[in-house]
Design a protein around this ligand. Structure first.
Ligand code: FES
Ligand SMILES: [Fe+2]
Length: 410
């Protein structure tokens, strides 16, 4: 499966993490690596062990054009080429000129995130999703480390029935509310889409014109999900750990335009509280709990799949087809090779007009998607106070006395 996933770019960190540091150890696809930013502002991702005698490059330091090992000063550029072996050069030994290379992967910045490509050359296009370019928006990057395999996290994207249970009925009962359950899912469709799949759930009390049914939600291949106001990706750290990366955005109220965000903040979300209990107060945390509860790697041999798993079955079939394609030397689905096609790609989005073009603040508060987002960051627990304050400054109409109150999402 790694051979398939490596055919795509993956978000691995926030660029703002490098505002006050230059080097970060990171584990991806079971490899221990170092992500670094040179003094000239370029990013690199290389193996963590120095080629000389194996010291840890995460203890090293950034140079104008690379990273230097703290043990004997060997320097590597972003392509992994050893560009300086100081004593070898001084001693003028033959080894000082023999080229030496360590494992390195390309890194690009987009949407305030750093993306890595860890597959065979040539790298495909890094998708230019249109949402990254929406103006007048406040975006933030949220990352959580989940102790289970990435695939069970991604199977959640094609499983709309879980919404009513994991996010509605269960929290309601657990809070002691024994009233009626939330509207049932009556039908679900999961279909192919050029960039992955589309899921279309239909719930009690809605009709076919409901955007969730008529437009649907895009599942981005192979490990992403798009909601309009946020993206999610599940990036393998190794077989039993996953980086759950969320990129959330909200256009400021019309009255606050023009707005230019100076810096997209990145924060890391805890998954357990100080007593060691799983956090389940926020939507993303409720998901994390069920994913991890399936086991480090969900055992598919003991499942009892049913009608609610139609999407899960389709996702698995498509992954198996892609594994075969990769095995036969072909590109898997949704790999973008043509730069001309990779320009502000529009994705299906249930409230695209409003999210992209904005609304006056009072109308935002009434909007089913924007209102809850404006009131509270309900996706994942742990938003730092400074990010919350920055968000509120961006969203508050100058001179207005309106404050943002806590809100429980429906
Ligand atoms: S171990 Fe890195 S320079 Fe010697
Ligand atoms: Fe969920």
């Amino acid at each position: 499966m790694s051979a398939l996933l490596r055919r795509y770019w993956h978000p691995i960190a926030g660029a703002s993490e490098f505002d006050d540091k230059a080097i970060k150890p990171i584990r991806l696809f079971g490899e221990d690596l170092v992500l670094f930013k040179t003094l000239s502002g370029a990013y690199g991702l290389v193996q963590r062990r120095c080629a000389h005698r194996g010291a840890d490059l995460s203890f090293g330091f950034a140079e104008e054009a690379g990273i230097r090992c703290v043990y004997h000063g060997w320097q590597y550029d972003a392509a992994g080429l050893c560009t300086d072996r100081p004593f070898e050069a001084t001693a003028n030994r033959a080894g000082s000129t023999a080229p030496l290379r360590i494992t390195a992967y390309p890194v690009r910045e987009k949407g305030g995130m750093l993306w890595a490509y860890m597959g065979p050359a040539p790298a495909p296009e890094l998708p230019d999703w249109e949402t990254f370019s929406w103006p007048n928006c406040f975006a933030q990057v949220v990352i959580a480390e989940v102790p289970c395999n990435w695939l069970q996290c991604q199977e959640n994207t094609v499983d709309p029935v879980h919404f009513e249970w994991t996010h509605n009925n269960a929290p309601q009962r657990q809070a002691g509310d024994f009233g009626a359950f939330s509207p049932k899912t009556l039908e679900l469709r999961v279909e192919d889409h050029p960039y992955g799949l589309i899921s279309r759930p239909s719930r009690e009390g809605t009709d076919p014109s409901t955007p969730l049914w008529s437009v649907g939600r895009a599942i981005l291949w192979p490990n992403g999900w798009y909601f309009g106001h946020h993206f999610e990706w599940k990036v393998p750290i190794d077989d039993t750990h996953t980086l759950f990366v969320t990129w959330a955005t909200l256009r400021v109220p019309r009255e606050c335009e023009p707005y230019v965000q100076q810096r997209i903040p990145t924060w890391y979300a805890p998954i357990k509280d100080s007593d060691g209990n799983w956090i389940s107060s926020h939507v993303g945390n409720q998901d994390i709990v069920v994913w991890a509860s399936q086991g480090a790697i969900a055992d598919r041999t003991h499942e009892a799949l049913g009608a609610s798993d139609r999407g899960v079955a389709l996702l698995r079939r498509r992954l198996l087809e892609d594994l075969e394609a990769v095995g036969n030397g072909r590109d898997p689905r949704a790999v973008i090779r043509d730069p001309a096609r990779n320009v502000r790609i529009e994705l299906p989005c249930v409230a695209r007009e409003e999210l992209m073009n904005g609304l006056p603040r009072e109308q935002m508060l009434e909007h089913p998607l924007m209102g809850p987002f404006l009131r509270e960051f309900y996706l994942i627990a742990g938003q730092p106070d400074e990010v919350k304050a920055e968000f509120e400054r961006a969203m508050t109409v100058r001179g207005s006395r309106v404050t943002i109150h806590k809100f429980v999402p429906q």
